[in-house]
Design a protein around this ligand. Structure first.
Ligand code: NDP
Length: 235
């Protein structure tokens, strides 16, 4: 396969991007990294509520508030983006089993479909370590299914990130998670790429990947936890 030409920094700067899930733990780090690196032209957040930001860094961020249950009504919000980043997701504990599938699979697939129709050529999905559509675990099965469904949409480039447990100072308190994260923090000290990854590293890796051409022109690329660690180190 022919390898793609490396875009010049000026060409790269003209690209418009959108983020789904920018209020979440990964999404907010991703937004910050994108704004700090200034590698893109227009930055649009597509979410269910308007976010308030402090500081001039966020001055030019565009926000589109949509109803994910009636996403076709907001098709215009998905038009004109070159690259889409998706850090959307909920949990079974918060939304129930059906609600979890609805958000993590159906909302994400629908948004990707509208983005593709709107001209987006590169979709970057934060999935999960172990994603597998044939898994008996709902979480891993759902993540595998959404990966497959987006693959079927035929983006010019589809990048799947499969991070392990995310390390961050999570704002919302989830019982038991704090202890788990502290324990994982200790493991991460000795085996940094084994079971976890900081959200800041995932965010930087996503941005670094977005400005690099696809390896050998590959249409679908899967980044496992160790690869995300490696890519997220460099700036
Ligand atoms: P968060 O839970 O911190 O944020 C999730 C985002 O999704 C928020 O922007 C939230 O918006 C949005 N969202 C949630 N429910 C809905 C809904 N019903 N309608 C519209 N928007 C919604 O995400 P994380 O950064 O923890 O995770 C990002 C992704 O990575 C997820 O897909 C997750 O499954 C995956 N992942 C997580 C791991 C972990 O250790 N937590 C490990 C590996 C992968 P709002 O602020 O409005 O609620």
């Amino acid at each position: 396969m022919e390898s793609m030409a490396v875009p010049s920094s000026e060409e790269q700067k003209k690209k418009n991007i959108f983020i789904l899930g920018a209020s979440g733990e990964t999404g907010k780090e991703l937004l910050l990294e994108i704004l700090k690196q200034q590698k893109f032209s227009r930055v649009t957040l597509i979410g269910r509520r308007k976010l308030n930001f402090e500081g001039s860094l966020y001055n030019n961020v565009v926000q589109e508030v949509v109803d994910f249950e009636k996403l076709d009504e907001s098709a215009a919000a998905f038009q004109g983006h070159d690259i889409g980043f998706c850090c959307l997701g909920t949990s079974r504990a918060k939304a129930g089993a059906d609600g979890f599938v609805r958000v993590d699979r159906d909302y994400v697939e629908h948004a990707a479909k509208l983005a593709k129709a709107g001209g987006c050529h590169h979709f970057i999905l934060e999935s999960s370590k172990g994603a597998d559509s044939s898994s008996t675990f709902l979480y891993l099965k759902t993540k595998g299914e959404v990966e497959n469904r987006i693959k079927a949409l035929g983006f010019d480039r589809f990048s799947i990130f499969r991070p392990a447990v995310l390390l961050c100072d999570r704002q919302e308190s989830r019982p038991g998670e704090w202890v788990t994260r502290k324990a994982l923090g200790v493991v991460a000290h000795f085996f940094p790429t084994y079971m976890s990854i900081p959200t800041t590293t995932v965010a930087r890796a996503m941005v670094n990947l977005a400005v690099m051409p696809a390896k050998d022109g590959e249409k679908v690329e899967v980044l496992e936890n160790a690869a995300i660690h490696a890519l997220g180190q460099s700036k």
